[in-house]
Design a protein around this ligand. Structure first.
Ligand code: HEC
Ligand code: HEC
Length: 202
């Protein structure tokens, strides 16, 4: 019995060992052919409407891709993209972009960014706005389901805050971000996104 099972077990191990490089290669190819047109070859898009995804947390990327596919996060642009992917492509793609070095930009308006720093670190006691740092971490590097925000295009960040506040983006578990965004004034949104956009490597 043992002797009969041995070759099968070995074959299984060889296939498992081979699956990883093959998947990584697939993810690289998909990234270069499908994703790069909008997000940039290395995930550092230079066009404000396309978010930077280099260095983004794997857990968060997988969640977003699944939800673009399931329709919980609505995007006419991303929906057809994810529809063309196989389920088993999602995790290797997330690992690929997580492994890319993030590259942001300096904040354009230093004074506005300084105001935004206060919002990021302290929130606003008067309106009950919680500090962003509590979930998005120091320097906005993110962790797990809390996305990295550092170095992101300020236009994209502002658009997402507005869409949480307007209940257009509703894929945040327990309404975490909708509650936050609804408590923000437009000035606070502009200031904090200006601050966050200037964090991280350039
Ligand atoms: C035609 C342009 C286009 C292509 C191609 C594209 N994306 Fe996107 N992607 C977008 C846009 C636009 C958004 C923002 C959607 C929104 O408005 O919420 C986005 C959002 C995302 C997000 C969420 C980012 C965040 O911070 O929440 C991830 C992850 C993502 N794309 C991954 C990919 C991957 C992986 C590929 C390749 C398989 C890909 N995209 C191909 C345009 C594109
Ligand atoms: C209680 C935890 C929590 C707090 C506090 C919080 N966030 Fe978030 N935020 C989240 C979660 C969770 C998500 C991801 C939602 C999802 O799964 O799509 C998110 C997503 C976002 C996004 C979308 C990122 C992207 O790439 O699409 C932005 C922008 C954002 N938060 C900004 C802020 C700002 C600015 C503050 C402070 C004013 C803040 N958040 C405070 C939990 C929090």
């Amino acid at each position: 019995m043992t002797r009969l099972h041995l070759p099968a077990a070995l074959l299984g191990l060889t296939m498992v060992a081979m699956a990883f490089p093959v998947q990584a290669e697939d993810a690289k190819t998909i990234a270069a052919t499908i994703c790069s047109g909008c997000h940039g070859e290395d995930g550092n898009s230079t066009i404000p409407m396309f978010p930077r995804i280099a260095g983004q947390d794997e857990t968060y990327i997988i969640k977003q891709l699944k939800e673009f596919r399931g329709g919980q996060r609505k995007s006419d642009v991303m929906a057809p993209v994810v529809a063309s992917l196989k389920s088993e492509d999602l995790a290797p793609l997330a690992a690929h972009f997580n492994g890319q070095k993030p590259k942001g930009q300096d904040a354009r308006d230093a004074k506005l960014a300084e105001q935004g720093k206060g919002v990021y670190l302290d929130g606003n006691e008067n309106s009950g706005l919680p500090a962003c740092i509590g979930c998005h971490q120091p320097e906005a590097v993110g962790h797990g389901v809390y996305p990295r925000l550092a170095g992101q295009h300020p236009e994209y960040l502002l658009q997402q805050l507005k869409s949480f506040a307007a209940n257009e983006r509703t894929n945040d578990a327990s309404r975490l971000m909708r509650v936050v965004a609804k408590r923000m004034t437009e000035d606070e949104m502009k200031a904090v996104t200006e601050y966050i956009s200037g964090l991280g490597p350039k």
